[in-house]
Every structure is written in structure tokens, then in C-alpha cells.
Design a protein around this ligand. Sequence first.
Ligand code: AMP
Ligand code: MG
Length: 489
Amino acid sequence: MTAPSLTSDSLGWRFDHSSARLPAPLFRKVAPTPVREPQMVIFNGPLATHLGLDAGLSDRPDLLSGNALPSNAEPIAQAYAGHQYAHFTMLGDGRAILLGEQITPEGLRFDVQLKGPGLTPFSRRGDGRAALGPMLREYIISEAMHALGIPTTRSLAVVATGETVYRQEPLPGAVLTRIAASHLRVGTFEWAAARGEMELLRALTDYTLKRHFAERASTDNPALALLEAVVERQASLIARWIHVGFIHGVMNTDNMALSGETIDYGPCAFMDAFDPETVFSSIDQHGRYAYGQQPHIAQWNLARFAEALLPLLDEDEQRSIEIANDAVRAFQPQFQEHWLAGMRSKLGLFNAEPEDTALMQGLLEWMRATSADYTLTFRRLSTESLAEEPLASGPEFQSWHQGWTARRGRQPQTLSESAALMRRSNPAVIPRNHQVEAALQAASERSDLAPLHRLLEALAKPFDDSPAHLDYAQPPAHHDGSYRTFCGT
Ligand code: AMP
Ligand code: MG
């Protein structure tokens, strides 16, 4: 998409509104509902700069709560559907409003969306609002993912509303400003397909290709080009989640962004002790979205995306199905390749050997049997400190360690080059559940933001062994298998 010529207002807003030029049923115009007493809780200065926004915006909670709008905003709520726990529903932005697409000084385009701005035509039975704790949680984890180098939506600010929202209990309300490459989801296409309007599907396909995959836009089969591109981005994204122990928690098709960014931080969490069956979400009773299920679920979601595109893939229905199947099947080998490449880096390996998968499986099996901490195991391997620990004294680990040492010895790079690769591939600091909870509690219950800022500082440099942040590199005191997360609605 080419950047339009825009004028900038005094705070640097340079909005375009390509989403509002899509066919009308895909969005509704709706203004945010003002809140009683907007107060800035946290503002992301570096992100504002990247977006070309003025630092003075940090003193304008009215603009980041919906009480006032940038002069060139055109607020809309977007339509989408979704398979939630495999059940299809027509949804839409029930508690989110897009203000516009900020064109950055580098010419990049980002959606600026308020999350929790009040009722929209898609609110159904909800109140359109959000609570402070979950919005700060999204801020923390999305910014941590960004620092880890994982594609993600980002958080520009959280503004407290001075109002109470009622969930199981009364909670302080807040609005998050979410920055995203776009909010196009698998569910956006499901919504268009469910209405059976080919023109909508066609318009969406062209738009998405141009916005996210411009290099593939000149093709005689745009739907296939889009499907293949989205499959590739997801294969890479999910591998990255797996590498850092991230569990999204609610991989419904409406929460899968076509841009390949991680989106919708609800019940997500990072795994401590390694176990592929790890689930934190209180409502995921059957482990549909467990850590180790994520590649499988991503592929399931991509099959729903392919289904939505079927009418465009080929005039012949049978042929469409074959094309779709082939494209979706490509996910598995692509994922495997990304997984393997990332695991090689995590183990300090520069080249490939046929036995590498077995080497990795050997380590993972040992970690599972001993409930070893996922992040710390790799970090301590990087610093050569794991082999001295009591946990690692058994024959299984020692024999694995010998095999690994021999493997590292067979590559041309030195051990110190290998260790350096490991240190930049294995974070020391991740948003540990107990640390995140402590920071959120201090912020929500005592209005004490110091722990939040300290945590964010540590998470901004996840590959550093900073003495000031040693406590954030520690796992919980006892194995935290009972930790539960909530959807944050
Ligand atoms: P989520 O769990 O955030 O992915 O949301 C799933 C769907 O429920 C989306 O359509 C949301 O817009 C809608 N939703 C979630 N919370 C609320 C709320 N408080 N008010 C209105 N709609 C909501
Ligand atoms: Mg969602």
C-alpha cells in the first residue's frame, strides 16, 4: 500500500483510513464513549517515537481514552467472525474502536485501536469496557514479546478511566491503545464467507495482499497467494512461541492475525516447568490450546481460513479443495523447519546434521521427566552452568550433555561463538507469571507503579544478565502448576 500524502497535526497524528474504504458491511462508524476521569497509567515513549507521535501525547489521557479524538480520526468498529473453541460465531469489535492507521515517518502503516472504549454495534451482551489489570497484562506481555523479537501487536498506553467495570467483582476500568500491523484476522474472512458475498471476499483478499504481502500482489490467483503467505507467517510465528515457551491460551480464529503478529493477549502465559500439556487458561478445560497443541491448532485455524477462501481459489469446487488442502498441509513441514532452525540456535549449533532432531528431543524428554524450568535450562546451558547442578547430575542428562558437546565440537565455529549464539537465542528474562501478578497487584490494588516499571525495564532486555534484574530470572519458589489465567473480558 502506498503512503498517502497526509498532514500531521501538532501531536504527530498522520492518519489514513484504508480500512474505512473497504465495502461498508465490514465496519461500522462508532465513536468512543467518554469516561469519567481519564488518567495516564503508562505511556510507551519509544513506541510513540517510532510511530512519529509527539512525546507530549503522554500528557493527553483524553486522547488515549476516547474522551477526545485526534482531529483526523475516523473511528470505526470492524466486523469479524470466529471459531471459538471450534464453535462458529459472528463477532466483531465489541470492545474496540479503530481510530485510524498511523503512517510513520518511515512510511509504515499501523492501526491505532482503543481497547475498552465503550459500546459498539458488535458489543452483544458485553459492556464494551476493559479492566485495568488485563490491559496492563497485555501491555507487559506484548512489549516482552516485542523485545524477544517475536512479531506482535504493541501497546502505546494504558489510561485508567476512573470508572468501575463489573466482572466477577468490581474492578477499575481502563483503555489500552493497541498498535497493530492490522486487525485483519482469519475471522474477518470467515465473516465475509458466512455472508456469502463474493465481492466482499474479493475486496478483502486484494486489500490484505496489498497491505501485508505487497510483493505477492501481482498474481493470477490472489486467494492462493494470500493463503500461502499467511500459512508461512503462521508457521514462523508459532515456532517462535514454542521456542520461548509462550502459550497464547485462546487461539480462536478471531485471535489469529493475518499479518503474522501475535494478537489478543488474554489468558496467555509463559511456561515455567517444561511440559507440552501445560495450560494456564481457566476455561481451557480440555487443553485444546495447551503449549504443545499450538502448531496443530494453528493449522486447524488455517484450514478455516482456506475454507473461507474456497470460492476464490478455483472455479471448480473440487479443484479448490485440493488447492486449499495442499496449501494448509504445507504448514507442518514449514513449522518443523522453523522449529529446527530455532532450536539449533538455542543449542548453539550453526550447521545441520541429520541427528539434530533426536538430540533436541533427548533434551526435551529429560526436561519433561525432571520438570526442569524451560527458560532456565536453555539459559544455563548457554552459560555452561547447568551441568554442575544437582538436577543435571543423573546419567540421562550427563549422556545427553556428552552427545551435545561432541556435536558442538563437529562444527567449525568455536565454543565461544556457539555460546554467544545461545546467549542471544535463549532469554534470561521472560514475563514470569508470579512476577507479572505481583506487578499487576501493586498497580491495581495499591496504585503503586514501581514494580510494573521495574519489570518492564527487565523485560525490555531479555537477553542481558543484568545484576539489577537477577530476581526476574528466577522461576517461582515452588512449581506453579496451579497458576490460572483469565480471559480478561
Ligand atoms: P476476546 O476474548 O477479547 O478475543 O473477545 C471475543 C469477542 O468478545 C470479541 O468479539 C470481543 O469484541 C467480544 N468482547 C469481549 N469482551 C467484551 C466486552 N466487555 N464487551 C463487549 N464485547 C466484548
Ligand atoms: Mg479477540
